[in-house]
Design a binder for this molecule. Structure first.
Ligand SMILES: [Zn+2]
Length: 282
């Protein structure tokens, strides 16, 4: 009986799509903007010389047809991913409530980097396995965590390395464990550096974020739209890359990577399981 519930794909009600039910984070796209984004992404997918690539058209059609009570349920869809982001934050907050305040952690595994044009060689499932192994090997597998796999597209302003996609994990966890988890992970990663030609050095593979506004952070952590980061030679240790949205070509590569998978495919959980619409600690 329980197994049946577990295997059921997550289908979210219209409540999660409707901005009126939520206090929006600053800069969070409103419903109308998300619809415009879906149309734009569909247009980019259709702009191709190759007609033996039906997945592009399938995804584009589904984005165009996504509407109330007939949702496409794709991770590539801004509306469906947005609804998932809201649901996940709400469900994570409830599931982790017994542990007190939440902390946020970003894990950036250099090994998951893929050069432009080769993102398809990374399977979502193997990225999840990679993180699970890392957490186990670092000895932090007993801390419950809930988060998503996110993407950034990184370029160097002077071409010191080739442009690449950097998959990374944005996680929420009980704040009482954030310190110990991040320090154990840092120690482990330092001892086991990723090797590989042309990789971008990851200076801070484990980043923790202080949470001052839990609603803002929850919504930010679980966001779904990849960004392009341009790295400059660091003049100061605090130098940050500039961020902008992906160019159409990279956006299409990211969309095709997600393919026809549901938003749930990006979900990573440790010590937590989904029962219907509810997340429960194991
Ligand atoms: Zn949709």
């Amino acid at each position: 009986m329980i197994d049946k519930v577990l295997k059921e794909p997550l289908k979210l009600g219209e409540l999660w799509y409707d901005d009126g039910n939520f206090e929006l984070r600053d800069k969070e796209p409103i419903y109308r903007e998300r619809t415009a984004l879906a149309a734009k992404w569909g247009e980019n997918l259709r702009r191709t010389q190759s007609f033996d690539d039906p997945v592009r058209f399938t995804i584009a059609d589904r984005l165009d047809d996504c509407r109330p009570r007939r949702r496409c349920g794709l991770a590539a869809c801004p509306q469906c991913s947005h609804a998932f982001q809201r649901w996940l934050y709400d469900a994570a907050l409830t599931a982790l409530a017994p542990f007190g305040p939440l902390g946020a952690l970003t894990i950036v595994p250099a090994r998951l980097q893929r050069f432009q044009g080769t993102l398809a060689t990374l399977k979502l499932a193997s990225a999840h396995r990679h993180l699970r192994r890392l957490l186990t090997d670092a000895g932090v597998e007993n801390v419950p965590m809930i988060g998503v796999l996110d993407l950034s597209f990184n370029i160097h302003s002077e071409g010191l390395w080739n442009p690449l996609f950097q998959p990374h994990f944005a996680l929420l966890l009980p704040d009482q464990h954030t310190d110990s988890v991040s320090s154990l992970l840092r120690t482990y990663v330092k001892k086991h550096p990723a090797r590989g030609q042309g990789r971008q050095p990851v200076h801070a593979p484990i980043r923790r974020q202080a949470i001052s506004d839990v609603n803002w952070q929850g919504s930010y952590t679980l966001k779904y739209r990849p960004i392009q980061k341009t790295w400059f030679e660091a003049y100061s240790p605090r130098a940050h890359p500039t961020e902008q949205w992906l160019q159409p070509q990279q956006q299409v590569e990211a969309l095709l990577w997600l393919g026809e998978q549901p938003p749930e495919a990006r979900l990573f959980m440790l010590g937590v399981r989904r029962y219907g619409e509810v997340l429960k600690l194991l």
